[in-house]
Design a protein around this ligand. Structure first.
Ligand SMILES: Cc1cc2nc3c(=O)[nH]c(=O)nc-3n(C[C@H](O)[C@H](O)[C@H](O)COP(=O)(O)OP(=O)(O)OC[C@H]3O[C@@H](n4cnc5c(N)ncnc54)[C@H](O)[C@@H]3O)c2cc1C
Length: 473
């Protein structure tokens, strides 16, 4: 028999239940990837770059047997089934609302034609519908959600690479035809310098992180340090599974009990990922509409100029400019800095969280619909378990606390390189002599702050205080 293995966000051979199923069936395997070009959340530029390289790696691991397609998956699958006489299609599940709708429709159509369809969980530790509160509803607060997950955690051990894969040869389509790479201009050099997409790169990242996990809990908030795992883009495309992380981390705890706090803290971040998927599944409008109703008519400003300064890292607040430039150059931004730049956009500039979400979607290599929308709503104060509205990050104090020597700022904002640490987060307060000595001319070599943070904070708080009080969602 022949079985189509439809790869989507599971671009790996290890711990891949759909692939295992095809092997279990002793089928000739037809591995495929379809670049779907309908629906509102097409991969952004940075994700497309990643996807190209990840598919290239996966195809090599599968002896160049992958078939690549572009378009509506149903007619593509039907035509392939006709050509190959395949009798089964298997895939691992995905959780975006449009993705669920596509998969449901395809399952129904294929089964109606007598094709066997089977889907699996490979992306999450827990299916979003498995975890419920005592009222049988979904959770809107992280801590009890994660407690419930941990109480029932018996995570299956990850599956090995299947032995004896019978891959059907004869794929001819050139990956380049999907047009995933930027050409004119080729803006991806920073991404190439920073990342190694693919399953091998993901496993190396995990091994490297495990060797330096001591101190994660303490150091993960300091953007100049390499304290976090940098696994997010690998997780986004499923080049490594959360089950693999879970077991690798627990093995480490057994070997070195002293690492327990750091390791559990890391797993709770994986818990935030699970929580974001839980929310997206139960609230399919999460990427577009505020979870809290009272934010529905928030008076967001329209200001293209302000949005441009923010996205180009020209706000005049060094920590923000460093973050936005790190993002542009590498397709990544440290989590602490993501929170600071997001707070600045929605609270200091009063630009909508959806605009920030869209920019991140296009520029992040780890762009992930669940994590991105849940995180933006969290910062804006309109999401589940959201940061309280009065929490407005002060970009100077945040910089001084989490980048005390200005190391991170200097890495990404080299025009401030010679400024001393006491002014690195507030260059406009440095004396004319200091600025001159550091080769800085404000308004020329580096911008003045685009807004006065204190005034902007008061303006935001006034608006937030006028919102209807109801907290119902
Ligand atoms: C405004 C904003 C937007 C974000 N957009 C995304 C996004 O599109 N994709 C994305 O993967 N993460 C997003 N995050 C969450 C977080 O910033 C990144 O997951 C993290 O910085 C990735 O780095 P890491 O892999 O080194 O993290 P680690 O600290 O090593 O964490 C391990 C993994 O846990 C998960 N994780 C960590 N923090 C969070 C979080 N707050 N919410 C959900 N999952 C988390 C990620 O999968 C991450 O790879 C966003 C955060 C904010 C504030």
């Amino acid at each position: 028999m022949k079985c189509i293995v439809w790869f989507r966000k599971d671009l790996r051979l290890t711990d891949n239940p759909a692939l295992q199923e095809a092997v279990r069936l002793k089928a000739q395997i037809i591995p495929i990837f379809i670049l779907e070009n309908s629906g509102p959340w097409q991969p952004g530029g940075a994700s497309r770059w990643w996807l190209h390289h990840s598919l290239h790696q996966l195809n090599s691991a599968l002896n160049n047997s992958m078939h690549f397609y572009q378009g509506d998956p149903l007619p593509i699958l039907l035509e392939l089934i006709k050509q190959t006489q395949a009798t089964a299609v298997v895939w691992n599940r995905r959780y975006g609302p449009e993705e669920i709708a596509v998969d449901t429709r395809i399952k129904t159509e294929l089964e109606a034609r007598g094709i066997g369809v089977k889907s699996f969980n490979s992306h999450l530790l827990f299916e979003p519908w498995e975890i419920q509160n005592n009222q049988g509803k979904f959770f809107q607060v992280f801590t009890p959600f994660w407690k419930k997950c941990l109480a029932r955690a018996r995570i299956e051990p990850p599956l090995p690479i299947p032995a004896n894969m019978q891959l059907m040869s004869g794929a001819t389509f050139d990956l380049k035809k999907l047009g995933l790479l930027p050409t004119k201009p080729d803006w991806a050099s920073g991404l190439r310098q920073t990342w190694t997409p693919g399953e091998v790169g993901a496993q190396q990242k995990l091994a490297n992180f495990i060797s330096r996990i001591a101190g994660y809990k303490q150091n993960r908030n300091y953007p100049a340090q390499q304290a976090t795992s940098l696994l997010s883009p690998h997780l986004a495309w499923g080049e490594i599974s959360v089950r693999q992380l879970w077991h690798a981390i627990h093995t480490q705890i057994r070997l070195y009990p002293v690492l327990e706090q750091d390791a559990l803290n890391f797993l709770s971040e994986i818990g935030w990922r699970e929580f974001s998927y839980h929310l997206l599944y139960h609230v399919p409008t999460l990427p577009t509409h505020p979870l809290r109703q009272q934010f529905a008519n928030f008076p967001w400003q329209q200001d293209e100029n302000a949005l441009r300064k923010w996205s180009q890292g020209q706000t005049g607040y060094p920590i923000i400019d460093a973050g936005m430039r790190e993002l542009w150059h590498t397709g990544y931004m440290h989590n602490r800095v993501r929170m600071i730049v997001a707070s600045f956009l929605v609270k200091d500039l009063l630009l909508s969280w959806q605009q920030g979400e869209a920019w991140f979607w296009d520029t992040l290599v780890d762009a992930d619909l669940a994590n991105n929308s849940a995180s933006w709503q969290w910062v804006a104060g309109c999401g589940a378990d959201a940061a309280p509205y009065f929490r407005v990050f002060n970009p100077v104090l945040q910089g001084e606390k989490f980048d005390p020597e200005g190391e991170y700022v200097k890495r990404w904002v080299p025009e401030l390189d010679l400024l001393s640490a006491d002014y690195i987060h507030k260059p406009w307060q440095a004396s004319a002599i200091k600025l001159k000595g550091a080769g800085i001319e404000l308004g020329v070599t580096y911008p003045f702050p685009m807004v006065d943070h204190e005034k902007a904070r008061h303006r935001a708080l006034e608006i937030y205080q006028e919102l209807p009080r109801s907290t119902s969602s």
